[in-house]
Design a protein around this ligand. Structure first.
Ligand code: COA
Length: 260
Protein backbone atom coordinates (compact mmCIF):
# COMPACT_ATOMS: atom_id res chain seq x y z
CA UNK A 1 0.00 0.00 0.00
CA UNK A 2 1.41 3.35 -0.89
CA UNK A 3 0.74 6.90 -1.97
CA UNK A 4 1.12 8.06 -5.56
CA UNK A 5 4.75 8.22 -6.67
CA UNK A 6 6.11 11.73 -6.42
CA UNK A 7 3.28 12.98 -4.18
CA UNK A 8 5.90 14.99 -2.22
CA UNK A 9 8.02 16.06 -5.19
CA UNK A 10 9.23 19.63 -4.74
CA UNK A 11 8.67 19.57 -0.97
CA UNK A 12 11.44 19.97 1.59
CA UNK A 13 11.26 18.26 4.95
CA UNK A 14 13.27 18.31 8.16
CA UNK A 15 12.97 15.36 10.52
CA UNK A 16 14.52 15.80 13.97
CA UNK A 17 15.92 12.57 15.36
CA UNK A 18 15.72 11.28 11.79
CA UNK A 19 18.79 9.02 12.00
CA UNK A 20 17.16 6.25 14.02
CA UNK A 21 13.87 4.61 15.02
CA UNK A 22 10.56 6.07 13.90
CA UNK A 23 12.37 9.13 12.54
CA UNK A 24 14.36 6.98 10.10
CA UNK A 25 11.19 5.27 8.85
CA UNK A 26 9.71 8.72 8.23
CA UNK A 27 12.80 9.90 6.35
CA UNK A 28 12.73 6.83 4.07
CA UNK A 29 9.08 7.33 3.19
CA UNK A 30 9.27 11.10 2.62
CA UNK A 31 12.37 10.62 0.46
CA UNK A 32 10.85 7.72 -1.50
CA UNK A 33 7.84 9.89 -2.34
CA UNK A 34 9.98 12.69 -3.73
CA UNK A 35 10.71 15.08 -0.83
CA UNK A 36 14.14 16.60 -0.23
CA UNK A 37 14.91 15.58 3.33
CA UNK A 38 17.26 16.89 6.01
CA UNK A 39 17.87 15.35 9.41
CA UNK A 40 19.16 16.73 12.69
CA UNK A 41 20.32 14.91 15.78
CA UNK A 42 22.98 15.12 18.45
CA UNK A 43 25.44 12.47 17.32
CA UNK A 44 27.42 12.88 14.14
CA UNK A 45 28.23 9.15 13.96
CA UNK A 46 24.51 8.26 13.92
CA UNK A 47 23.83 10.85 11.24
CA UNK A 48 26.68 9.72 9.00
CA UNK A 49 25.72 6.04 9.30
CA UNK A 50 22.05 6.79 8.66
CA UNK A 51 22.71 8.93 5.59
CA UNK A 52 24.93 6.16 4.16
CA UNK A 53 22.12 3.64 4.79
CA UNK A 54 19.46 5.84 3.19
CA UNK A 55 21.63 6.13 0.08
CA UNK A 56 22.61 2.48 -0.14
CA UNK A 57 19.28 0.84 0.64
CA UNK A 58 16.81 3.44 -0.63
CA UNK A 59 18.76 5.50 -3.16
CA UNK A 60 17.89 8.67 -1.23
CA UNK A 61 20.26 11.60 -0.65
CA UNK A 62 19.61 13.06 2.80
CA UNK A 63 21.20 16.26 4.12
CA UNK A 64 22.26 16.44 7.78
CA UNK A 65 23.46 18.74 10.53
CA UNK A 66 24.25 18.01 14.13
CA UNK A 67 22.08 19.84 16.64
CA UNK A 68 20.48 19.45 20.05
CA UNK A 69 16.81 20.46 20.10
CA UNK A 70 17.42 21.87 23.63
CA UNK A 71 19.67 24.56 22.15
CA UNK A 72 17.48 27.17 20.40
CA UNK A 73 20.34 29.04 18.71
CA UNK A 74 22.08 25.87 17.55
CA UNK A 75 18.83 24.48 16.13
CA UNK A 76 18.05 27.72 14.32
CA UNK A 77 21.49 27.65 12.72
CA UNK A 78 21.14 23.97 11.73
CA UNK A 79 17.65 24.55 10.27
CA UNK A 80 18.76 27.61 8.29
CA UNK A 81 21.70 25.70 6.85
CA UNK A 82 19.56 22.66 6.03
CA UNK A 83 16.92 24.88 4.43
CA UNK A 84 19.69 26.13 2.15
CA UNK A 85 20.66 22.54 1.30
CA UNK A 86 17.16 21.17 0.65
CA UNK A 87 15.33 24.22 -0.73
CA UNK A 88 13.43 25.59 2.27
CA UNK A 89 11.24 23.87 4.85
CA UNK A 90 7.70 22.87 3.82
CA UNK A 91 7.42 20.08 6.38
CA UNK A 92 8.81 19.91 9.91
CA UNK A 93 8.59 16.59 11.73
CA UNK A 94 9.33 17.06 15.45
CA UNK A 95 10.35 13.54 16.29
CA UNK A 96 13.43 13.86 18.54
CA UNK A 97 12.61 12.66 22.05
CA UNK A 98 14.14 11.30 25.20
CA UNK A 99 12.61 9.03 27.78
CA UNK A 100 13.44 6.53 30.49
CA UNK A 101 11.39 4.63 33.01
CA UNK A 102 11.69 5.84 36.59
CA UNK A 103 9.05 5.98 39.35
CA UNK A 104 8.15 9.62 40.04
CA UNK A 105 9.16 9.43 43.70
CA UNK A 106 12.70 8.48 42.63
CA UNK A 107 12.94 10.90 39.70
CA UNK A 108 15.56 13.61 40.22
CA UNK A 109 14.89 17.22 39.28
CA UNK A 110 17.53 16.92 36.58
CA UNK A 111 15.93 13.75 35.19
CA UNK A 112 12.53 15.51 35.02
CA UNK A 113 14.05 18.65 33.51
CA UNK A 114 16.07 16.75 30.91
CA UNK A 115 13.07 15.00 29.35
CA UNK A 116 10.89 18.12 29.48
CA UNK A 117 13.69 20.06 27.78
CA UNK A 118 14.19 17.53 24.99
CA UNK A 119 10.55 16.70 24.29
CA UNK A 120 8.51 19.82 25.07
CA UNK A 121 11.01 22.68 24.97
CA UNK A 122 12.76 21.01 22.03
CA UNK A 123 9.52 20.94 20.02
CA UNK A 124 8.93 24.62 20.80
CA UNK A 125 12.49 25.47 19.74
CA UNK A 126 12.14 23.59 16.45
CA UNK A 127 8.78 25.18 15.59
CA UNK A 128 10.18 28.66 16.20
CA UNK A 129 13.37 27.88 14.28
CA UNK A 130 11.39 26.66 11.27
CA UNK A 131 8.71 29.36 11.31
CA UNK A 132 10.31 31.75 8.82
CA UNK A 133 10.73 28.90 6.33
CA UNK A 134 7.29 27.37 6.95
CA UNK A 135 5.69 30.76 6.28
CA UNK A 136 7.33 30.75 2.86
CA UNK A 137 6.10 27.24 1.95
CA UNK A 138 4.12 27.46 -1.28
CA UNK A 139 1.24 25.17 -0.28
CA UNK A 140 1.27 25.93 3.43
CA UNK A 141 3.83 24.69 5.93
CA UNK A 142 3.22 21.52 7.90
CA UNK A 143 4.29 20.73 11.43
CA UNK A 144 3.88 17.15 12.57
CA UNK A 145 4.91 16.26 16.11
CA UNK A 146 5.33 12.69 17.24
CA UNK A 147 3.46 12.24 20.51
CA UNK A 148 2.07 9.08 22.13
CA UNK A 149 -1.31 7.76 23.21
CA UNK A 150 0.14 7.68 26.73
CA UNK A 151 -0.18 11.48 26.79
CA UNK A 152 -3.94 11.07 27.09
CA UNK A 153 -3.69 8.86 30.20
CA UNK A 154 -1.48 8.67 33.27
CA UNK A 155 1.93 7.16 32.47
CA UNK A 156 3.32 5.48 35.57
CA UNK A 157 7.13 5.50 35.43
CA UNK A 158 7.27 8.25 32.81
CA UNK A 159 5.74 11.34 34.42
CA UNK A 160 8.26 13.55 32.60
CA UNK A 161 7.52 12.18 29.12
CA UNK A 162 3.76 12.03 29.74
CA UNK A 163 3.67 15.67 30.82
CA UNK A 164 5.91 16.71 27.93
CA UNK A 165 3.89 14.87 25.29
CA UNK A 166 0.62 16.30 26.66
CA UNK A 167 2.25 19.71 26.44
CA UNK A 168 3.27 19.06 22.84
CA UNK A 169 -0.31 18.21 21.91
CA UNK A 170 -1.54 21.47 23.39
CA UNK A 171 1.26 23.36 21.66
CA UNK A 172 0.13 21.93 18.31
CA UNK A 173 -3.44 23.09 19.02
CA UNK A 174 -2.20 26.58 19.84
CA UNK A 175 0.03 26.78 16.76
CA UNK A 176 -2.86 25.58 14.59
CA UNK A 177 -4.82 28.56 15.92
CA UNK A 178 -1.99 31.12 15.87
CA UNK A 179 -0.17 30.11 12.68
CA UNK A 180 -3.15 28.98 10.58
CA UNK A 181 -3.17 32.51 9.17
CA UNK A 182 0.26 31.78 7.68
CA UNK A 183 -1.18 28.67 6.01
CA UNK A 184 0.65 26.45 8.50
CA UNK A 185 -1.01 23.24 9.68
CA UNK A 186 0.13 21.85 13.04
CA UNK A 187 -0.83 18.30 13.98
CA UNK A 188 0.47 15.36 15.98
CA UNK A 189 0.60 11.61 15.60
CA UNK A 190 0.22 9.28 18.56
CA UNK A 191 1.93 5.99 17.75
CA UNK A 192 1.22 2.83 19.67
CA UNK A 193 4.05 0.30 20.09
CA UNK A 194 6.08 0.26 16.86
CA UNK A 195 8.34 -2.71 16.17
CA UNK A 196 12.07 -2.14 15.73
CA UNK A 197 12.22 1.13 17.66
CA UNK A 198 14.26 2.02 20.72
CA UNK A 199 11.03 2.90 22.51
CA UNK A 200 9.60 -0.61 22.17
CA UNK A 201 12.97 -2.23 22.91
CA UNK A 202 13.71 -0.21 26.04
CA UNK A 203 10.27 0.56 27.43
CA UNK A 204 8.47 -2.70 26.58
CA UNK A 205 10.72 -5.63 25.60
CA UNK A 206 13.50 -4.93 28.13
CA UNK A 207 10.90 -4.42 30.87
CA UNK A 208 9.46 -7.89 30.04
CA UNK A 209 6.14 -6.35 29.04
CA UNK A 210 5.74 -7.63 25.45
CA UNK A 211 2.96 -10.18 26.12
CA UNK A 212 1.10 -7.80 28.40
CA UNK A 213 1.25 -4.97 25.85
CA UNK A 214 0.26 -7.19 22.92
CA UNK A 215 -2.77 -8.42 24.88
CA UNK A 216 -3.98 -4.83 24.80
CA UNK A 217 -3.57 -4.38 21.04
CA UNK A 218 -6.92 -5.35 19.46
CA UNK A 219 -5.25 -5.81 16.06
CA UNK A 220 -2.87 -8.26 17.73
CA UNK A 221 0.58 -7.08 16.61
CA UNK A 222 3.06 -4.30 17.15
CA UNK A 223 2.82 -1.57 14.49
CA UNK A 224 5.34 -1.17 11.69
CA UNK A 225 7.40 1.94 11.01
CA UNK A 226 5.47 2.38 7.79
CA UNK A 227 2.22 2.77 9.70
CA UNK A 228 3.61 5.98 11.19
CA UNK A 229 5.36 7.22 8.06
CA UNK A 230 2.14 6.79 6.06
CA UNK A 231 0.34 8.96 8.62
CA UNK A 232 3.08 11.60 8.22
CA UNK A 233 2.61 11.57 4.45
CA UNK A 234 -1.14 12.01 4.82
CA UNK A 235 -0.65 15.04 7.07
CA UNK A 236 2.18 16.56 5.04
CA UNK A 237 0.75 16.23 1.54
CA UNK A 238 -2.28 17.71 -0.16
CA UNK A 239 -4.38 14.85 1.25
CA UNK A 240 -4.26 16.42 4.72
CA UNK A 241 -4.61 20.05 3.68
CA UNK A 242 -7.73 20.77 5.81
CA UNK A 243 -6.48 19.00 8.93
CA UNK A 244 -4.94 21.24 11.61
CA UNK A 245 -4.75 21.09 15.39
CA UNK A 246 -5.60 17.39 15.29
CA UNK A 247 -4.12 14.17 16.60
CA UNK A 248 -3.95 11.00 14.53
CA UNK A 249 -3.78 7.87 16.67
CA UNK A 250 -1.96 4.95 15.00
CA UNK A 251 -2.04 2.21 17.61
CA UNK A 252 -4.05 -0.76 16.37
CA UNK A 253 -6.94 0.27 18.63
CA UNK A 254 -4.91 -0.13 21.84
CA UNK A 255 -6.05 3.06 23.54
CA UNK A 256 -9.58 1.68 23.84
CA UNK A 257 -8.49 -1.70 25.15
CA UNK A 258 -6.56 -0.59 28.21
CA UNK A 259 -8.91 -2.39 30.59
CA UNK A 260 -8.18 -5.83 29.09
N1 COA B 1 16.57 6.39 35.58
C1 COA B 1 16.63 7.47 36.40
N2 COA B 1 17.23 8.64 36.09
C2 COA B 1 17.81 8.72 34.87
C3 COA B 1 17.80 7.64 33.93
C4 COA B 1 17.16 6.44 34.35
N3 COA B 1 17.09 5.37 33.54
N4 COA B 1 18.44 8.05 32.80
C5 COA B 1 18.84 9.31 33.03
N5 COA B 1 18.45 9.72 34.25
C6 COA B 1 18.73 11.01 34.88
C7 COA B 1 20.21 11.17 35.14
O1 COA B 1 20.59 10.48 36.34
C8 COA B 1 20.33 12.68 35.24
O2 COA B 1 19.86 13.15 36.47
P1 COA B 1 20.86 13.48 37.75
O3 COA B 1 21.79 14.55 37.26
O4 COA B 1 19.93 13.94 38.82
O5 COA B 1 21.56 12.19 38.06
C9 COA B 1 19.33 13.17 34.22
O6 COA B 1 18.40 12.09 34.00
C10 COA B 1 19.97 13.54 32.91
O7 COA B 1 20.66 12.42 32.43
P2 COA B 1 21.81 12.55 31.33
O8 COA B 1 22.27 11.17 30.98
O9 COA B 1 22.83 13.53 31.78
O10 COA B 1 21.01 13.23 30.11
P3 COA B 1 21.35 13.22 28.57
O11 COA B 1 20.93 14.52 28.04
O12 COA B 1 22.72 12.75 28.28
O13 COA B 1 20.38 12.03 28.03
C11 COA B 1 18.21 10.98 28.20
C12 COA B 1 19.01 12.21 27.78
C13 COA B 1 18.19 10.95 29.71
C14 COA B 1 16.78 11.13 27.69
C15 COA B 1 18.80 9.67 27.71
O14 COA B 1 18.01 8.60 28.17
C16 COA B 1 18.95 9.55 26.20
O15 COA B 1 19.76 10.25 25.58
N6 COA B 1 18.18 8.66 25.57
C17 COA B 1 18.29 8.38 24.14
C18 COA B 1 17.14 8.84 23.36
C19 COA B 1 15.82 8.34 23.85
O16 COA B 1 15.56 8.28 25.04
N7 COA B 1 14.92 8.06 22.93
C20 COA B 1 13.53 7.81 23.26
C21 COA B 1 13.19 6.38 23.22
S1 COA B 1 11.54 6.21 23.76
Amino acid sequence: MSFAQGILKGKSAIVTGGATGIGAFIVRKLGALGANVGIVSRKEENLVAAVKGFKESDGIDVAWRTGDVRDPEGIKKAFDQLAGDIGGIDILVCNAAGNFICPTEDLSWNGWRTVIEIDLNGTFNCCQAALMHLKAATDGGRIISISTTQADFGWPGAAHAGAAKSGIQNLMKTLAAEWGGYGIRANWISPGPIEGTEGVDRLIIQQGLSDEVLKRVPLGTFGQGEDISNAVVYLSSDTGRYVSGAGLVVDGGSQWARGR
